[in-house]
Design a protein around this ligand. Structure first.
Ligand SMILES: Nc1ncnc2c1ncn2[C@@H]1O[C@H](COP(=O)(O)OP(=O)(O)O)[C@@H](O)[C@H]1O
Ligand SMILES: [Mg+2]
Length: 417
């Protein structure tokens, strides 16, 4: 069952909303459809599901309806029409008390301008939602402390907010949401006010937390690079409508229409795509303790001339070439130990941008080794793979749009992802 399911969801502000809904039905752009009516269509016919543990990003320019959409997901706003289900429970027909309960137990929200209470400690701020929920003090403190630990602020628990930097304050906001212990987090431009470098840091931290906790996250941003970095899938909104839903790569390589294509046209793909998205499985990976006979057979069977050698904890040690395997055979050795070299192969981490791979690929005699956080071999990148990955993602030919001014707001060029 999806964590969140949205069907035919609409929100029209203003009056004469019935007439507005009738006019929107045929799919006309909202400004055209509602011309002359005292109504604004913020969200028009939204349909999507969010899987448990997924980071679902909603991306669009200012005014495209993102905040209105996310506020309907937790019942802060009542839809004009349509359905929102949270873990299968229809939210739009719940009575206020039941809605508050569901929100408390299932959904937390983090905002862009997250207001910390200045005279309360970081710990008290992090535990605020629990205080509102009426939890006893000891339990509150414990859960808030756990959450602060998760965001790396345990040492700051007893400080007052004015001691914290902007990035740290935003992490307290995240801690508050985590302390609530809900499975679903809604984040509305939660990082948008931060400097690029700090922002990058909290993005990394969110990804780490996500890997650990497996929360379901709906993350709103107007920043394409942020969307691409964080989103398992991305929904692109324009003028109230969702115009495409897909992975970062789907949206880059197969934009649904000219608008999306234009939106992503300026993205430097070599900065979005990472080593892990272009790497391949190493043909021949062997433990350092295997004998040269086994290695020789593996090379023959895989039709390759180099072994990627790993140690007892699967960590990458280096390479052994075909010639050396033969030498080890002649010398009657029982293992590859003593023949492993780190000279002939460059190593990079999984999150290395493709743009930063060229020098390594050029200088590495064998395909570059991609290592995970624990130093294990995640994959390799042969030169030819790097080149073909780039060829298949060169920007599409996109006809010019009528209103290119809008696109300048995206910030796709500015932020060096
Ligand atoms: N409470 C409201 N009353 C009237 N119009 C609103 C209200 N909230 C949002 N809008 C309008 O709905 C549209 C979408 O706004 P919003 O959801 O805030 O977009 P975003 O978060 O993408 O910037 C905008 O045209 C905005 O002016
Ligand atoms: Mg908004």
């Amino acid at each position: 069952m999806p964590a969140l399911a949205v069907k035919s969801l609409y929100k029209v502000f203003g009056s004469r909303t019935d007439e507005a809904m009738r006019r929107l039905a045929d799919g006309a752009p909202r400004d055209e459809a509602l011309a002359g009516l005292p109504a604004t269509a913020a969200v028009i016919d939204a349909n999507f599901e969010v899987r448990p543990g997924e980071i679902f990003v909603v991306m669009g320019l200012s005014g495209s309806g993102k905040s209105t959409l996310i506020r309907m997901l937790n019942g802060l706003l009542r839809p004009t029409q349509g359905s929102v289900r949270v873990d299968g429970v229809e939210l739009t027909t719940l009575r206020p008390a039941a809605l508050r309960k569901l929100r408390r137990e299932k959904i937390s929200m983090v905002f862009q301008h997250f207001a910390l209470m200045p005279h309360r400690t970081v710990l008290e701020n992090a535990g605020y939602a629990l205080e509102v929920a009426g939890l006893p003090k000891a339990e509150r403190r414990e859960r808030a402390m756990d959450a602060l630990r998760m965001v790396g602020l345990a040492d700051w628990a007893d400080k007052l907010p004015h001691n914290l930097s902007g990035g740290m304050r935003q992490r307290v906001g995240l801690a508050r949401a985590l302390a609530a212990g809900t499975d679903i987090l809604l984040m509305d431009e939660a990082f948008s006010a931060l400097d690029p470098l700090i922002r990058r840091e909290v993005q990394d931290q969110l990804l780490e937390l996500q890997a650990e906790l497996g929360k379901t996250i709906v993350f709103i941003t107007h920043d394409l690079n942020e969307a691409m970095r964080l989103g398992d899938r991305i929904a692109v909104m324009r003028d109230g409508r969702i115009v495409q839903i897909g992975t970062a790569e789907e949206i880059l390589t197969d934009p649904a229409n000219d608008y999306v294509a234009q939106f992503v046209a300026d993205v430097d793909r070599t900065r979005i795509l990472t080593a892990s998205s272009v790497m391949e499985k190493a043909q021949t990976t062997l433990d350092v303790n295997v004998g040269p006979r086994v290695a020789a057979r593996a090379l023959r069977e895989n039709q390759t001339s180099v072994v990627y050698v790993t140690g007892p904890r699967k960590q990458f040690l280096g390479t052994v070439t075909e010639d050396e395997v033969l030498r080890a055979l002649r010398e009657g050795r029982q293992s590859l130990d003593g023949y492993v070299s780190t000279e002939r192969v460059r190593t990079v981490t999984e999150d290395t941008a493709v743009a930063d791979l060229f020098a390594d690929c050029a200088e590495s005699q064998h395909p570059v080794a991609v290592l995970d956080a624990k130093g294990r071999l995640a994959g390799v990148i042969p030169r030819i793979t790097l080149l073909s990955a780039l060829a298949s993602t060169t920007p599409h030919e996109v006809p010019a749009l009528d209103g290119p001014a809008e696109v300048d707001l995206v910030g796709a060029k500015g932020d060096p992802a």
